[in-house]
Design a protein around this ligand. Structure first.
Ligand code: SAH
Ligand code: SF4
Ligand code: F3S
Length: 456
């Protein structure tokens, strides 16, 4: 029997969780904390106060995995000082690396994959007081979507998972291997969850999936993202609905019409192009051409005139010539995105693209990365400048991170707005009553990333 005073029968340990990677990981962390809180665990705000430290990890690029290994390395001292500390690795890298993590990091107790996190309470109970090491990377673990609606990072916004996994197998991407087969969640469950979030004061939901445009595959009846959006739009209390990520190959006119017509669905699409070159798109197995992508953008701009579009791009994919890269530059110039995430290609073991030599040198990848970053910054600056003098609807989130004297929120198009109150208004009253409300803000200034305004 353990002599550990923190044995579960006496006091549940406090858990600190650090999240890497995409929004699905952020949501998985929230769900995990929810499972643990339900079982009596407490949540530590600071890792130094925690009895359990969990890292929820990402494998999408080599650098993402390096970051976690280096963080684990720096936790070694903490574990030496406090041998009862439980250290766990969750998520995509746990799934991808498995017991390699144990071999490289002897002080890690738990490796828990992407389909096992609802078992976290039992897994931690198995380790507590024993310093055992548990590897839980089964692929048949049942994913439990039951959430504590109160457990979310922001009071007024929530992520809602509508699907998990991915069946697309883009040739560079590790996600289908670490997250498993695509699976759509029944729409009735999603509607129930959004209703209970609304009852808890949530105003904005972001529907999440690796490819939300193929939502409904495998469900009975004619369920699609468009039909789901129509049902969610009528839920009282919810003011805004967003969805990410859109795959161009599954984008439909019905989805774009829903964005244009439904009052709560925001005019914002995150629709990654990845490249503007048809040769590279084919090697990436993206299943669309640059011309088709441009048609979708045109359709979106005509059916939802206020729409803003965001994208991801990979530079330096195997075989990418200067000409291919120019095609990407031209696509970026023509679409005039609101914002873009640009990545240097990173070969992932086990993916199809590793059959091609990684033949674009690091210097070229860096140069292309900078060219796209600079171009996007110029476009964002120019587009935001056009907003000066206009009045926009903002969902107020709270005090601005960069200026405690001002508030911040987002437009329907997902632009960040920082704003002050008119002179003479009672700053502290308004600062506490406005968050969670929609406000009209007159834009008076802008940068590439932020709009600045005053409340109307
Ligand atoms: N499901 C989303 C993307 C998920 S991964 C979609 O299909 O759009 C997020 C982004 O990481 C991708 O859009 C891609 O731009 C980038 N990415 C994925 N694998 C990569 C790799 N091996 N090297 C560099 N970037 C990669
Ligand atoms: Fe990866 Fe492609 Fe799936 Fe996105 S759609 S997660 S890029 S395989
Ligand atoms: Fe997301 Fe990274 Fe996993 S991008 S799905 S956390 S590999």
């Amino acid at each position: 029997m353990s002599t550990n005073s923190k044995t579960f029968a006496h006091k549940k340990p406090s858990v600190y969780i650090k999240t890497y990677g995409c929004q699905m990981n952020k949501l998985d962390s929230e769900l995990s904390i929810g499972f643990l809180l339900k079982r009596g665990y407490t949540f530590a705000e600071d890792e130094n106060d925690a009895d359990v430290i969990l890292l929820n990890t990402c494998s999408v690029r080599d650098k993402a995995e390096h970051k976690v290994y280096s963080q684990l390395g720096s936790l070694r001292d903490q574990k030496e000082k406090n041998p009862e500390l439980i250290l766990g690795v969750l998520g995509c890298m746990a799934q991808n690396e498995g017991d390699k993590i144990f071999k490289r990091m002897p002080h890690v107790n738990l490796v828990c994959g992407t389909r096992m996190f609802s078992k976290l309470p039992e897994l931690l109970e198995g380790i507590n007081g024993t310093n055992k090491r548990i590897l839980a990377i089964g692929e048949d673990g049942e994913v439990n979507f039951d959430r504590l609606v109160t457990q979310r990072q922001n009071r007024y916004n929530a992520f809602v998972s509508i699907m998990r996994g991915c069946d697309n197998y883009c040739s560079y991407c590790i996600v289908p291997y670490v997250r498993g087969r695509e699976f759509s969640r029944p729409d009735a469950d999603i509607i129930d969850e959004v209703k209970s979030l609304a009852d808890d004061g949530c105003k904005e939901v972001t529907l999440l999936g690796q490819n939300v445009n193929s939502y409904g595959k495998g469900l009975s009846g004619n369920v699609t993202l468009a039909t789901l959006l129509r049902k969610l739009d009528s839920i009282e209390g919810i003011e805004r609905i967003r969805f990410v990520t859109s795959h161009p190959k599954d984008m439909t006119k019905e989805i774009i019409e829903a964005v244009g017509e439904l009052p709560k669905v925001c005019e914002y699409l995150h629709m990654p192009a990845q490249s503007g070159s048809d040769k590279i798109l084919k090697k990436m197995r993206r299943q669309y051409t640059s011309a088709h992508y441009r048609e979708l953008v045109e359709m979106a701009k005509s059916l939802a005139p206020d729409i803003k579009i965001a994208s991801d791009f990979i530079v330096g994919f195997p075989g990418e010539t200067e000409e291919d890269f120019e095609d990407t530059v031209n696509l970026m110039k023509d679409v005039r995105y609101q914002n873009c995430f640009i990545f240097k290609y990173s070969p992932r073991t086990g993916t199809a693209a590793t059959e091609f030599p990684d033949d674009v040198g690091e210097e070229t990848k860096k140069r292309r990365n900078h060219i796209l970053l600079d171009l996007q910054k110029k476009i964002s600056t120019e587009e935001n400048r056009k907003m000066v003098g206009k009045s926009v609807e903002v969902l107020v989130e709270g005090t601005s991170k960069s200026d405690a004297g001002r508030l911040s929120g987002r437009t329907r198009q997902n632009q960040i707005v920082v704003f002050g109150l008119p002179e003479g208004s009672n700053q502290s009253n308004v600062s506490s009553s406005l968050p969670g409300k929609l406000a009209k803000i007159d834009i008076v200034d802008s940068t590439d990333l932020t709009l600045f305004g005053v409340i109307n």
